[in-house]
Ligand binder design. Structure first.
Ligand SMILES: [Fe+2]
Ligand SMILES: [Fe+2]
Length: 253
């Protein structure tokens, strides 16, 4: 193989995940719960599962390949592509990232009194998850759909009447302001975990959860920045442009 990870095969899962928490996700993708296999080596669990360890290392390496587009590229992209990109992010959060974090949290059993906040995290996370899904559904169902209609009407304002009335009902400026002012949905979790601080956290399972939450928080931050700084300003410009076109048609008629 093109990567040198052979030396990891004889290491215990506990040590591999302690050094690099993302190995927990790589193992999970092959149906292996790292927290049930601490004392086994990578080689042992692979032979038990009939897997090649290259698959696990390959998956782990692929996780570093980013398909994210930089802000400059996104800024110069047509708005319909920007929306497809944001929808792709949404589906990755909902189908991949969050179910994984949820399963890590629900499978953790801790009696340790040092971690009494953990019951709160177990309680709060499903609520966060639900609110987050609602946020995404609202964006896709109403806001993105409306912006896409504007995009298709731009320069071709036939059959504009229906959208004209929709435009009266929707204030993109207000939606943009609300979105910008909204506290991150992660606020409560940040507080509970003291900003994902690993100080005083001994338990490896909990460390992985904190690191996953932190990584997700950062991804979500970038996602919201794209919506606030690129999507909404471009959509407002587009709306102004289309409403001018509609006004001109009405005037000419
Ligand atoms: Fe979004
Ligand atoms: Fe959003």
């Amino acid at each position: 193989m093109f990567f040198k990870t052979k030396n990891l095969d004889n290491k215990k899962v506990f040590d591999v995940v302690s050094d690099d928490f993302r190995y927990a996700k790589a193992l999970n993708s092959f149906g292996i719960d790292f927290y049930k296999s601490y004392d086994h080596t990578i080689e042992e669990i692979c032979s038990k599962k009939g897997l090649s360890s290259d698959s696990i290392h390959g998956y782990r390496i692929a996780m570093d390949e980013s398909f994210d587009l930089d802000l400059t590229t996104l800024k110069s992209s047509p708005i319909n592509l920007l929306i497809e990109y944001l929808k792709h992010n949404h589906s990755y959060f909902i189908k991949n990232k969050l179910p994984y974090i949820q399963s890590l949290i629900s499978n953790l059993s801790l009696d340790d009194k040092n971690y009494n906040f953990f019951q709160d995290l177990k309680f709060i996370f499903p609520h966060f998850y639900e609110d987050f899904v609602d946020h995404i559904l609202e964006e896709e169902k109403y806001i993105f759909t409306y912006i896409q209609k504007l995009y298709h009407l731009d320069g071709n304002p036939k059959n504009h009447a229906k959208l004209f009335f929709e435009m009266k009902k929707i204030s993109l400026k207000e939606i943009a302001k609300e979105h910008l002012d909204e506290d991150s949905e992660m606020e409560g979790i940040r507080g509970l975990t003291k900003n994902y601080s690993l100080d005083n956290i001994e338990n490896l399972h909990l460390k992985v959860i904190f690191q996953e939450l932190k990584a997700f928080d950062m991804e979500l931050d970038i996602h919201s920045k794209i919506e606030n700084d690129i999507l909404f300003p471009s959509a407002i410009d587009l709306q102004d442009k289309v409403s001018d076109q509609i006004r001109n048609i009405s005037f000419l008629n």
